[in-house]
Design a protein around this ligand. Sequence first.
Ligand SMILES: [Zn+2]
Length: 90
Amino acid sequence: MRPPHCFVCGLSLRDIDDDQDLWSVFTLVTFELTHEEKTAHQARDRSGWVGHPENTEWFCNQHAALAQERSHLHWRTALSEISATHRPDT
Ligand SMILES: [Zn+2]
């Protein structure tokens, strides 16, 4: 699992105060996978893989709603929509 880092604005743990609860600032949003990806994930889980799944991303309070309203979409679609509308510079 990667450390919290907002997909939209890049807010990270360094940007929050020490007394702020990480889970009150950041939300991990899981998006949909294709059938093939689900099968691959299941095989990976059985092998004890502990990386960061490609269909999950961190979002800060400000941007979590953008992600949650797209969590029913495939992760690639959801993330490209979010970056198209909210990250014009990248
Ligand atoms: Zn953000």
